[in-house]
Design a protein around this ligand. Structure first.
Ligand code: ADP
Length: 487
């Protein structure tokens, strides 16, 4: 049995802004089910303290750079037996708003201090200096908020092996040199082969340079981030780590208990491959919910997303707008929140086509399940997508993903065309260039295929047969942990 400390700044269902939270719950649960001694470490945000009922203080530590002692609280991840340690510094984490800021005011001004404190606490626990009497064999850190932890323990003897996973290279935690100096970090970290990045401090680089192994969440994204187009200036460093055999892409899995059309309690009627005909009841319920005409023959397109440029929201707006203007037999239902201009453009689209477009600006777990179950296709025209989870949920729900051929989307969807369609391997629709024209053409292909119910149904069944459970992916992490420990 290996001891694994899994460090993340968000964990579903306690606190979530995106896919990182889903992974930070389901990967530890999968590892625990495979008899690993895994513990999660997370900041004690107000939402977590409110959501967990049994919490006890198990240690108090003093960290460099912070005057007040920090408590480590212990609880259990809901719906599991995985222990969770919360780093309790009320001054930093007990406040109204999201984990990184608020929608109105943007990022918290003290994020560098908040996640330095978090990384220092992770390092203390990893070195068994926190009084918990437990030292991991593996410290597994995730995204920039935890990036300093591998750096802080890199030169310690008797330290755990360290893994750093990139969930999205677009968010790096960049701050000025003045901020670095105010954080009282070891000055030795400030150099170009440390956390310095063109005169700025990069939390992300702490993980990329100092971790024993770097992973990212799909094989294609692992290749893409080594290129100028996707690397944000870090492509040289990442290529170097890849050449050392120290960069691997492991596709995320999904929580198949939570996302299961056969048992999903949010949806109108449960279904499986055998009872696939019941999916249409969910379509009808969804149309009703959004006051759209309840028609079986219309192609219902769903999308759930952070409304940011990465997700190709503008491509959706343009392409779907054109198809609606052309009178195509389609409906669009969109759930999301994000940049005000995209929210506004979506409102305009709905106002122009009130009987064809349904919109919910906001965040809703329940609606996200209903959209996955009720739609015919799921739109995900991302400019880049490290892994993406919604296309995996869509496959399981027989809702054919329409995706750009990038990152995890490239690794998980097989286009419904040519030999793949003929041989029964297709699971969705794919296009290459991030343009509204290509998306529009691809949607026209989907509209065309939808007129052939038998072929469509075959693609749905193939999609639903795919296995993206965590069992496979978590085994890949275990092989990686073993290799690190054996070296
Ligand atoms: P990212 O992490 O880049 O946002 P992913 O596809 O990896 O993208 O994960 C997004 C997760 O967040 C999915 O579980 C998705 O269903 C969920 N999600 C995003 N926006 C919303 C929303 N408005 N309401 C409910 N769930 C959402």
């Amino acid at each position: 049995m290996r001891k694994i400390l899994f460090a993340s700044s968000e964990v579903h269902p306690l606190i979530k802004t995106g896919g990182l939270a889903d992974v930070s719950a389901s990967l530890p649960i999968a590892l625990a089910q495979q008899d690993q001694d895994v513990r999660i470490i997370l900041p004690a945000y107000r939402q977590c303290l409110e959501a967990l009922d049994k919490i006890e203080t198990v240690a108090t530590i003093k960290l460099d750079g912070f005057h007040a002692p920090i408590e480590i609280l212990q609880s259990t991840l809901p719906n599991s037996e995985v222990p969770i340690w919360l780093v309790n510094s009320p001054e930093h984490f007990d406040r109204e708003g999201g984990p990184y800021g608020t929608t109105e005011a943007g990022d918290w001004e003290d994020n560098a201090a908040r996640f330095t404190l978090f990384s220092r606490a992770i390092a203390a626990v990893a070195m068994d200096q926190s009084g918990l009497d437990w030292q991991p064999d593996i410290l597994h850190c995730n995204d920039w908020q935890t990036g300093l932890a591998p750096a802080l323990i890199a030169n310690e003897s008797d330290r755990p092996a360290t893994v750093f996973t990139i969930h999205n290279l677009a968010y790096q935690g960049l701050y000025s040199q003045d901020v670095f100096e105010a954080l009282d970090l070891p000055p030795s970290l400030w150099h170009s082969e440390g956390v310095e990045f063109y005169d700025l401090m990069s939390f992300m680089k702490g993980g990329l340079i100092y971790a024993d192994h770097v992973t990212t969440v799909s094989p294609t994204y692992a290749d893409e981030i080594c290129t100028y187009e996707f690397g944000y200036g870090l492509e040289g460093l990442l290529s170097h780590r890849a050449d050392q055999g120290r960069l691997t892409g492991i596709l995320n899995g999904i929580d198949t208990d939570e996302w299961d059309p056969e048992r999903d309690s949010y949806i109108d009627k449960n279904y499986s491959i055998k009872t696939i005909r019941h999916k249409s009841a969910n379509k009808e319920a969804l149309q009703k919910l959004f006051s759209l005409p309840e028609k079986e023959g219309v192609l219902l397109m769903g999308t759930i997303s952070r409304l940011v440029s990465q997700k190709g929201v503008d491509l959706t707006l343009d392409a779907v707008g054109k198809l609606l203007d052309a009178g195509e037999n389609i409906q669009l239902i969109c759930l999301g929140s994000g940049e005000a201009s995209y929210e506004q453009d979506l409102r305009v689209l709905r106002a122009q086509h009130p009987d064809k477009v349904g919109l919910h600006i906001g965040y809703s777990e329940e609606l996200s399940h209903q959209i996955e179950a009720g739609s015919d296709v799921f739109l995900m025209p991302s400019r880049f997508e490290p892994c993406g989870l919604n296309q995996l949920y869509s496959l399981r729900y027989g809702t054919l993903p329409v995706v750009r051929n990038t990152g995890g989307l490239a690794d998980s969807v097989v286009d419904a065309a040519g030999a793949n369609l003929k041989n029964g391997f297709s699971t969705g629709f794919k296009f290459e260039a991030a343009t509204a024209e290509e998306l529009e053409e691809t949607l026209l292909r989907a509209i065309g295929l939808f007129k052939h119910p038998r072929i469509w149904r075959k693609v749905m069944v193939t999609a639903m047969e795919q296995d993206y459970s965590w069992e496979k992916s978590s085994k890949a992490y275990q092989v990686l942990y073993d290799n690190l420990l054996n070296n």
